[in-house]
Design a protein around this ligand. Structure first.
Ligand SMILES: *Cc1c(COP(=O)(O)O)cnc(C)c1O
Length: 389
């Protein structure tokens, strides 16, 4: 089964759905057991089949089966947000006094979790340059190091780590390898095939795809999936059934949407790259991006999120650019059908490396609009910016 067929047909079974195309949403806490024997059987095996609402409904299992298939994983667990998925993944691998190696370009709340809650539990974190080589990584491994956490590419600065090489070096030293795979989705990066043990997805972004739900997922290989499930249950992180439905629904059009997001991103990058106010674009699919060769080797496609490094300018000039945009919204998250623009503050975002670009960094999510309209909008923004000086 190829991916497009999988996206269309997995996670549903009309034969047991009264012929309806889509699985129903179950709103449930209590699951009733008709007999003492059935209750006792369920208590003995709470992860097999339905047990209690928090353990998941048949709809949750549908989405999890679809995601595990896409990731080539032994199993997947849905969570109430992408950050909850990161938390479940990390809580599954840490123990008291252990140590984590975390790439310096991770999603900021991942860093907050490591420096906050996990540090409080005695878990140490060393951040490292995401472009580190295997020897550099090996030198950072301590006796108590338990896991390596990567993001490819980083969702703010778009550096592309060498995932298979770093994963192999980590495995040699007995570490578990975790990757935040939100940018590419499992459709464009088969993380587990590249040595990752646990692939994390902020399904809030492309999988839901319509900016209307919070959802996360962790997919693990056979060594890690059972622990992921237990951890999510122990922490009480269950995804809401309506959000799971939106995730499953989003999956049906994921491939089509990503194609358009990537095409629009490529068009915008080509246009932006020519502006006098732009220093450079940050998008691994571009031939002159430093991460291009690795992206081309390991990924089968690109999504619509990229960075634009601007020449130094005043706050007023930056405001003139972004404030009057008609089609680009300003706000957090991405992966919905609409275009977004976000000035990024990297002041406290990294510790192992420095970000010394003098000008501001914008993060753009190319939505599904017509690219000509998006360019006209940006053109007017740059004209406003030039008028401010
Ligand atoms: C948004 C995001 C998350 C967190 O997802 P939420 O659903 O907002 O909690 C995690 N990782 C990356 C790369 C993200 O962009």
């Amino acid at each position: 089964m190829k991916d497009n067929t999988r996206l269309t047909h997995t996670g549903r079974d009309p034969a047991v759905q009264y012929g309806m195309v889509n699985p129903p949403v179950y709103h449930a806490s209590t699951v009733l057991f008709p007999t003492l024997a059935e209750l006792q059987a369920a208590v003995a095996k709470p992860y097999d089949g339905v047990y209690y609402g928090r353990y998941g409904t048949p709809l949750h299992f549908r989405l999890e089966e679809a995601l595990a298939g896409l990731e080539g994983a032994a199993g997947a667990v849905t969570t109430c947000s992408g950050l909850a998925a990161i938390t479940v993944a990390l809580m599954s691998v840490v123990e008291t006094d252990c140590h984590l190696l975390v790439a310096d370009n991770v999603y900021a709340p991942t860093r907050k979790l490591c420096d906050g809650l996990l540090a409080g539990l005695g878990v140490g974190t060393t951040y490292f340059d995401p472009l580190i080589d295997v020897d550099g990584l090996a030198a950072l491994v301590e006796e108590r190091t338990c896991a390596l956490f990567l993001e490819a590419p980083g969702s703010l600065t778009f550096e592309m780590p060498d995932v298979p090489a770093l994963a192999a070096a980590a495995h040699q030293r007995g570490l578990t390898v975790l990757l935040d795979n939100t940018w590419a989705t499992p459709l464009y990066f088969r993380a587990l095939d590249h040595g990752v043990d646990i692939s994390i997805q902020a399904a809030t972004k492309y999988i839901v795809g319509h900016a209307d739900a919070m959802l996360g997922a962790v997919a693990g290989n056979a060594d890690h999936y059972p622990k992921l499930r237990r951890t999510a249950i122990q922490m009480g992180y269950c995804a809401g059934p309506d959000d799971v439905y939106l995730g499953l629904r989003g999956l049906r059009t994921l491939a089509l949407r990503l194609e358009r997001h990537a095409a629009n991103a490529a068009t915008l990058c080509a246009w932006l790259g020519e502006r006098a106010q732009v220093v450079r674009m940050l998008y691994p699919p571009l031939a002159d991006d430093p991460g291009h060769a690795l992206w081309k080797r390991d990924f089968t496609g690109a999504s619509g999120l990229f960075g634009v490094l601007l020449q130094p300018c005043s706050q007023a000039a930056l405001a003139a650019l972004v404030d009057g945009l008609r089609w680009f919204g300003m706000g957090f998250s991405w992966g919905g059908y609409e275009s977004l623009i976000l000035p990024v503050n990297l002041a406290s975002a990294r510790t192992a490396t420095t970000w010394d670009a003098p000008g501001p960094l914008l993060r753009i999510h190319a939505g599904l609009e017509d690219a000509d309209d998006l360019i006209t909008d940006l053109e007017q923004g740059f004209a406003r910016m030039a008028a401010v000086g």
